[in-house]
Design a protein around this ligand. Sequence first.
Ligand SMILES: [Zn+2]
Ligand SMILES: [Zn+2]
Length: 363
Amino acid sequence: MPTKCKAALSINFKEPLLIEEIWVDDPRQGEVKINISACGVCHSDILYMDGAWGGNLPSVFGHEGAGIVDSCGPGVEHIKPGDRVAVSLLRSCGQCYYCQRQLSSQCENTFATDEPYRLKMLDGTSVNRGLRTGCFAEYAVVHKSQVVKLPDEMNLNSASLLTCGVITGFGSVVNTASIKAGEHVVVIGTGGVGVHCIQGARVSHAATITAVDVSDEKLEFAKRLGATRIINSTREGVREVVLEVTQNRGADAVFVATGHPAALDGIFKLIRPGGLLVLVGMPSNGVYFSFETVEFIDANQVILGSKMGGSNLKVDIANLIELYDAGKLELDALISSTYPLENINEAIDATRTGVGMRNVVVM
Ligand SMILES: [Zn+2]
Ligand SMILES: [Zn+2]
């Protein structure tokens, strides 16, 4: 039987969400229905709600979910009803060209959960799900590959952060750039993704981790999580400091964890010859970036795109939970505030205006 439950619906772009009752379909072959307990608010949800990436409405957003498995369709073996799980937008068939080449974030397959009639308003109107998840609701149905089992004792509010902000920032350092001990790292933008670039660099034993932002509050937090030098770019020259901490060579890798185009101005001057520029933060559609090609070639520099930290969900989440249990990965302190689903628009406004590190909606 489909489940009737409350959800936060985006009806028009740029307007506050409406709390409505909807029907959530049952899980079919290879699918899982989850009673959602918590969902972090990510800037990608807000970009979608604002229409920056297009898409159809009405839609349920929310893609940093955690909850308890309600029911499983046939062919689901790794989890069972009652398990605590984290839910991600990443999903994969395991069989296609990209899945077989360790790039499951580019999976080519289509999935039945995307069919628009799987979620419905009470009047029968089809409801879309933003970023393939739809966790700003009491229930969600997703493909089994989007669900990772959590330890029984793990706090679900903290666990909700794992599946987007954490794997994206941490994975960009560990998977995409393979940062080694002794390297010099710069992280531009120290929000919900950038702080995990910093944690990834700290766990990888980077020699220096220079954090750049315009918010003193976020920079102080970055220091707590492992930044060895912080720069408020409204007051200090980023290039001067980066050269000073890297014996005048420039960083081995610069991670841009904001979608703000100004972050890319003069970026190659921060990177040593042969060094990496890793683009992590997602901008709106239509943002371009230009640079002098001959200097870039002459310096043997490299640009890498890192979607969701190039993560393999099951392996990476399991590793992150081990680090968390060992006290080497901070999650709990990142949750600035929790909001009941009814007050989700306050959580979105706080995220939009940069208040707090991560705002979490709890069902
Ligand atoms: Zn996200
Ligand atoms: Zn695939």
